[in-house]
Design a binder for this molecule. Structure first.
Ligand SMILES: NC(=O)c1ccc[n+]([C@@H]2O[C@H](COP(=O)([O-])OP(=O)(O)OC[C@H]3O[C@@H](n4cnc5c(N)ncnc54)[C@H](O)[C@@H]3O)[C@@H](O)[C@H]2O)c1
Length: 359
């Protein structure tokens, strides 16, 4: 926006992911970035990496001079920083997971409503053209009725101190599948495991998310302890199957014309196979290559400038936190847990993410 010379965006946290936010924000026209970082060595690195950005130690030193804040700190600190910024009427983008406790999520959403400013959650895959294309493919009926969804998000992960692998990685899969189906799961089952000796939290987990309206279950496998990196979502339909593989370069989305049909299997004699395989073409539709984080942060800046609501509002962050909290309950009881809906349905806008974000 050439006639808006400088939108002042603070980035709290210059760790692994904060460096990426600063890279994309500093590349946007008319954005002036200030890094807020308590660690001296990281402040020094921010100045060295980006001599043009401001660098301060504490959010209090900066709050008056910000048009927007991006919170990229450890999840346990999100609620305090967001409530402080929103209380000062600063629109705020908070990385996933929005918070680590349901009541903190409610407080953050209420703080944004009370201040009348935007709260956005960093569900970055809502800004991924391949995910949006996959949602359109499902909605077009090309796959037929969705029968099953399988998600895998595995690698030798960065072990976090303040949350387990479910809270770290599953927000991506929960938000992606909610965007694909346009609804939240009604119940969650979870099996968590502390596989590495001395791991503070579960580092391997399997979830089952049951979507009532779609009548579909999604199975989610997350791990910090896998030698090979996997970022894959498979949507099995009655007619075709779509595979979204975030690591597959320019073929991130592939539609397989495969499936099974009932055969003339004789149940009485149990002879022959009950199904026959159908194998057809594999098609990889083109998807724009824009970096999702760039699209997300540009959208946040646009919302700040225009005063418009974001495509991934805080309510979506709270909704995902409620699913994660249900997963905790399910893992501890061994029984499926119901996802709480209070305060979340209104404004979460899962179906609305066709929001026209520039890509
Ligand atoms: N969307 C994604 O794909 C993605 C990927 C990685 C991380 N994340 C999220 O980003 C957030 C940060 O993760 P990370 O891996 O960069 O963590 P990190 O530990 O590498 O970095 C966190 C940084 O925040 C700083 N910090 C701590 N308290 C602070 C405060 N009060 N004010 C300002 N800075 C403070 C720390 O000193 C550190 O530099 C987490 O919420 C994480 O879930 C998102």
């Amino acid at each position: 926006m050439a006639d808006c010379p400088s939108t002042r965006i603070g980035v709290a946290g210059y760790g692994y992911w904060g460096t990426k936010h600063v890279r994309v924000l500093t590349s946007l026209a008319g954005v002036q970035v200030t890094v807020i970082e308590p660690d001296e060595e990281r402040r020094r690195r921010a100045r060295a990496d980006h001599p043009e950005v401001g660098v301060v130690r504490d959010l209090d030193d900066m709050l008056d001079g910000l048009d927007g804040l991006v919170v990229v700190t450890p999840p346990a600190t999100h609620a305090r920083l967001a409530i402080k910024a929103l209380g000062a009427k600063v629109p705020t983008l908070v990385e996933k997971p929005l918070v680590l406790l349901e009541q903190d999520g409610v407080a953050v959403v209420e703080a944004a409503r009370a201040a009348g400013v935007q709260l956005m959650v960093g569900h970055v895959f809502a800004y991924d053209a391949a995910v949006r294309k996959l949602r359109d493919v499902i909605a077009s009926g090309e796959l037929g009725r969705v029968l099953h969804i399988d998600c895998a998000r595995l690698n030798l992960g960065r072990y976090r101190q303040d949350c387990d692998v479910v809270w770290d990685l599953a927000p991506h899969d929960i938000s992606i599948v909610a965007h694909l189906l346009g609804e939240l799961p009604a119940t969650v089952s979870a099996w968590t495991h502390r596989a590495a000796v001395r791991a503070a939290h579960a580092d391997v987990a399997h979830l089952r998310l049951d979507f009532a309206e779609a009548g579909v279950s999604a199975f989610v496998h997350v791990s910090w302890l896998a030698p090979e990196k996997v970022r894959r979502i498979t949507v099995v339909g009655e007619r075709k199957t779509a595979v979204y593989d975030d690591l597959a370069g320019d073929q991130r989305l592939r539609i397989h014309d495969v499936g099974v049909d009932l055969s003339d299997h004789d149940a009485a004699t149990d002879s022959g196979s009950p199904v026959v395989h159908r194998c057809g073409d594999i098609v990889s539709p083109p998807v724009p290559g824009a970096e999702p984080l760039m699209v997300q942060d540009a959208h946040f800046v646009d919302c700040v400038r225009a005063g418009t609501p974001p495509a991934t509002p805080g309510e979506q962050g709270l909704a995902v936190v409620r699913v994660l909290a249900a997963a905790d309950r399910a893992a501890s009881t061994g029984a499926p847990a119901t996802v709480a809906r209070r305060h979340t349905a209104a404004g979460a806008g899962w179906g609305r993410t066709s929001v026209e974000v520039a890509s």
